[in-house]
Design a protein around this ligand. Structure first.
Ligand code: ADP
Ligand code: ASP
Ligand code: MG
Length: 400
């Protein structure tokens, strides 16, 4: 039996916590299991590295960002491996490069292209617990790369897919809840959730799983178990779902923060203008959603969209040039918003979810700016001040 286990930053925040993890790994290794352990940077290390970089340069080069961010995980793997060896266990730590994780894309947002597991397999055969740095890899030019925030989940699932084994994600909550339990104390624990629903919840802000990792799991049929790193409570399985007759219409609620809404006013209505804007944004790999267009007098339109607030300066740089070339056009950006979404595969067959949500907003005086739907979700952008109230009202109404 072989398993990939992943421990997040808070679970390896200090040596004491690593020792607790080592106890857990020891039992399983001594029972004969082959273990690949993926770890994140300790505690808030990645955030500290990010702010150090900001201090050094207002707009640091993405290549150098990858160089600094990858150090966080390298510290964790070496320390955990030392703690394991101290217990008399055979262990080896491997960076992304040493684990054969080949990536492609822009620095700081790389995607895994393939994993050559030769080295990992060799160390497993020799009886080692193999401790792999999450969140990092290397590209075809031999450069060190990182996979974007939360990327250690992706490392773990991709390794499990390649090694044809199960994947266990250990974190600071004991599984997946209908709502982030830190936002809504009464949130209900889920025993299972489908790939599709977990993916949607993650894309829409539930940071407990990195969205791409769930996509990979679904594609390769990797069953993911999410559980608490330090408590012995039952966790949640993420896997293909069976269609129960009395399927719940809504499984979860997600909140996506750190977004911005951009509005471009007085834009001449010719579609080339709009096409130019989105082509430029796409070239910079800036993901936009919730696009809306309102007709204005004098054959002009007001165009709005949302995107990650992290892309604010890149977006302004891109759009500045276009806006300068058109007279009378101006742009407003607000980051005082968030996106609340409800998710559930049951929405395919059950109607009335949108009606219920509109009623909640109307009765509670919460105004929203935009609405979008997918097959299994409905999302609203709201001002940040409505966050707690909206979460509670929706979660109560749908028993999440
Ligand atoms: P790690 O460092 O282990 O990767 P993260 O902070 O990335 O951990 O993810 C765990 C956090 O995800 C939890 O502390 C919790 O606040 C948050 N979270 C958001 N949505 C959910 C949800 N639906 N169920 C459980 N946890 C959630
Ligand atoms: N350390 C990285 C981050 O904080 C990767 C991870 O934890 O998954 O985003
Ligand atoms: Mg995470």
């Amino acid at each position: 039996m072989r398993t990939v286990l992943k421990f997040g930053g808070s679970s390896v925040a200090d040596i004491e916590k690593m020792k607790l993890i080592a106890d857990r790994l020891e039992k399983r290794r001594l029972a004969g299991e082959e273990l690949v352990v993926v770890v994140s940077a300790m505690g808030k290390t990645t955030n500290t590295l990010l702010s150090m970089a900001k201090e050094a340069s207002e707009n640091p080069s993405k290549r150098e960002m990858d160089m600094i961010l990858a150090t966080g995980e390298q510290v964790s793997i070496a320390l955990l491996s030392m703690v394991l060896q101290e217990k008399g266990l055979k262990s080896v730590s491997l960076t992304g490069y040493q684990a054969g994780i080949l990536t492609e894309g822009l620095h700081t947002r790389n995607k895994i292209l393939d994993i050559d597991t030769k080295n990992v397999e060799k160390h497993l055969r020799e009886g080692n617990i193999v401790v792999v740095a999450g969140f990092q890899g290397y590209n075809e030019d031999g450069e060190i790369t990182t996979l974007g925030r939360g990327g250690s989940d992706t490392t773990a699932v991709a390794l499990a897919a390649k090694l044809s084994c199960g994947c266990e994600i250990y974190t600071d909550v004991d599984g997946i809840y209908g709502v982030d339990p830190r936002l809504y104390k009464e949130a209900k624990h889920l025993d299972t959730i489908t790939y599709e629903e977990m993916k949607e919840m993650a894309f829409l802000g539930a940071k407990v799983m990195e969205p791409r990792s769930v996509d990979i799991a679904q594609h390769y049929g990797v069953v993911i178990y999410v559980g608490s790193a330090h408590e012995n409570r039952r966790g949640t399985y993420i896997r293909e779902g069976e269609n129960s007759v009395e399927q719940r219409s809504i499984t979860g609620l997600s909140v996506l923060e750190n977004i911005m809404m951009v509005t471009i006013n007085n834009l001449p209505e010719e579609s080339e203008n709009i096409s130019r804007i989105f082509t430029k944004l796409a070239e910079e790999e800036i993901n936009v959603d919730m696009i809306s267009q309102i007709p204005m007098p004098n054959k002009s339109v007001s165009l709005s969209f949302t995107a990650s607030a992290e892309d604010k300066s890149a977006m302004e740089a891109v759009l500045h040039e276009i806006i300068q070339s058109l007279s009378g056009v101006n742009m407003e950006t607000t980051t005082d918003i968030l996106k609340i979404s409800v998710v559930g595969s049951g929405m395919r067959t059950q109607s009335g979810v949108a009606a219920k949500l509109f009623k909640i907003f109307a009765e509670s005086g919460i105004s929203f700016k935009q609405v979008t739907t997918s097959e299994i979700s409905i999302s609203y952008t709201l001002e940040k001040k409505y966050k707690e109230k909206a979460v509670k009202l929706i979660a109560d109404a749908f028993s999440l």
